[in-house]
Design a protein around this ligand. Structure first.
Ligand code: FE2
Ligand code: FE2
Length: 512
């Protein structure tokens, strides 16, 4: 007897340690049922948690050895459900009173009891519930947070027997330890959900500053997680032995969500630059060209006045003057039309560049008699971009988002299992051949997680809707571009292969 009790206390102690080490709520609930069943030799067990808002007991976990062994076990056998917290069900009675109920045979409950056994489950599944031990799970303040239900204790011959009365108080104390662990896990889950929502809302708001990047990070996180899970399912090739744990997946998910948070430091006008010159800049340029024409007219009028006052018979010269003026005015109009045309173009050919240089060299005399250029240096710089519509400086500004991201994520006090988030995000624009940025590091210095985000990021950017400087590319062509980038040694070949072969590209909308 003494030996038996000692063994039980030791087992209890071990279970307590195991419970306090599990912080994932659903794994913890499974563990509680598993360990207490083991402890009491119970064939089955269930766990209910109290939902204070709805005053219900939510059925969270069910384990049943007999049913599990059946070949025709239906998935709906253990589907979740809720029951109201009332005294007429066994679990409800325990949840209200906090009393432990040790029932030798639930088909034989005394007529005077408040509660009765619902046989629906048994009938549906051809099971016979007999002995049952129900204990309330009380937290440190004595609040009942759930009910643990152990079913059909078995003896050494496999016969169902009543639960040992001596074990009742041990199970109750175990249930209370479990309650504390559950409360901690719930709290952790809530904090995690809060942190995750905060990150997702902030990042989505930053993405939405530009219509062209709205939803980008969410999509990248979706592709990233799908690719990581596809790697876990791959048992060949260089990543055959890579298997991301749930914690590592969580870490990668945060990195994917946060990879572009630094875009907060890039001006909106640069992020969603629609044309080479903004509307305001184009407005002032149009104004100036009107002034150029006005000053040409005034100059011609002055010359005409001088001619008509100077000598007789200058009509041919005056006619010549008019023709010149006409030519000049139409040339200014053509130049302005040319500028308007190239303003919205996404590429500028050599001939266009030369013409722009000619215009840039031109001067006119303004109404105050000052010599001024047709185009300012800044206008010329913006208009003369060969590809896209961003100047070198603006490209640099966009690229600086990685540095801003680095500064931001380095200030987030990540918990231990998320410690490497900053490392992964910083590498998302690095390329295997060293042609990426900001550090231009090569293959061996780019973590696998950063490479995964890079593939997801490029695919999302390629397939995203039309942008001013880039038309949307359909998925087939985008995948071909990824393959090309892999062939050229910029992207990880194996990741691109998995991305395509496992159809990861179809998972864009999904996130974990
Ligand atoms: Fe980025
Ligand atoms: Fe990105």
């Amino acid at each position: 007897m003494y030996q038996d009790m000692r063994e039980r206390l030791e087992a209890l102690n071990k279970i307590g340690v195991a419970l306090s080490g599990e912080t994932n709520l659903s794994r913890l609930l499974e563990l509680i049922v598993k360990e207490t069943r083991h402890f009491t030799n119970a064939d089955a067990g269930s766990l209910y948690l109290v939902d204070e808002d709805s005053n219900c007991l939510n059925f969270e976990v069910a384990q049943n050895d007999t049913l599990r062994k059946r070949a025709d076990l239906k998935p709906e056998t253990f589907k979740p459900y809720s029951i109201p917290v009332t005294r007429n069900s066994i679990a409800g009675y325990v949840a209200i009173t906090g009393e432990a109920l040790n029932i030798p045979d639930v088909y034989n409950i005394s007529a005077g009891a408040d509660f009765e056994f619902n046989r629906d489950f048994d009938i549906r599944n051809r099971y016979r519930t007999k002995s049952m031990l129900n204990v309330a799970m009380k937290d440190t303040e004595g609040t009942i947070i759930g009910v643990l239900q152990l079913i059909n204790s078995t003896d050494s011959n496999g016969e169902v027997v009543p639960f040992d009365l001596n074990i009742e108080s041990l199970v109750s104390s175990l249930a209370s330890q479990a309650a504390v662990a559950i409360k901690n896990a719930q709290l952790l889950k809530e904090i995690k959900a809060l942190f995750e929502a905060l990150i997702q809302y902030s990042v989505s708001a930053i993405d939405a500053r530009s219509p062209f990047t709205a939803g980008h990070s969410k999509m990248v996180a979706g592709y990233t997680m799908a690719l990581a899970k596809a790697i876990n399912d791959t048992h060949e090739g260089p990543y055959a032995n890579v298997s991301f744990t749930p914690d590592q997946l969580e870490e990668l998910n945060y990195a994917a969500w946060l990879h572009d948070i630094g875009k907060i430091g890039v001006r909106e006008g640069v992020l969603d630059k629609m044309s080479r010159l903004s509307d305001a800049e184009m407005g002032s340029l149009i104004n100036r060209f009107e002034n150029i024409k006005a000053s040409a007219i005034i100059e011609a009028e002055k010359k005409e006045l001088a001619l008509s006052q100077g000598k007789e018979g200058s009509s041919t010269e005056i006619e010549e003057l008019h023709r010149e003026l006409e030519n000049r005015l139409s040339q200014v109009d053509e130049e302005l039309a040319f500028i308007k045309r190239i303003n919205a173009d996404i590429s500028l050919p050599e001939s266009g560049h030369r013409r722009l240089e000619e215009i840039h060299r031109k001067r006119y005399v303004d109404l105050e008699g000052q010599k001024r250029p047709y185009l300012t240096d800044l206008e010329f710089e913006n208009l003369s971009v060969r590809k896209g519509n961003l100047t070198e400086g603006e490209i640099e500004e966009i690229r600086s988002h990685v540095n801003h991201t680095e500064n931001i994520v380095n200030k987030i006090p990540f918990t231990r299992h998320l410690k490497r988030v900053p490392v992964f995000v910083i590498g998302h624009h690095e390329m295997l051949d060293g042609s990426g940025y900001p550090r231009h590091v090569k293959e061996e210095d780019i973590p696998l997680q950063s490479r995964i985000i890079a593939v997801a990021d490029i695919f999302e950017a390629l397939t995203a809707g039309d942008r001013p400087y880039k038309k949307s590319i359909d998925p087939i062509n985008s995948l071909a571009i990824l393959q090309e980038e892999a062939k050229n040694g910029r992207l990880d070949k194996e990741l691109v292969r998995i991305f395509i072969e496992k159809r990861v590209y179809e998972a864009g909308e999904k996130t974990i």
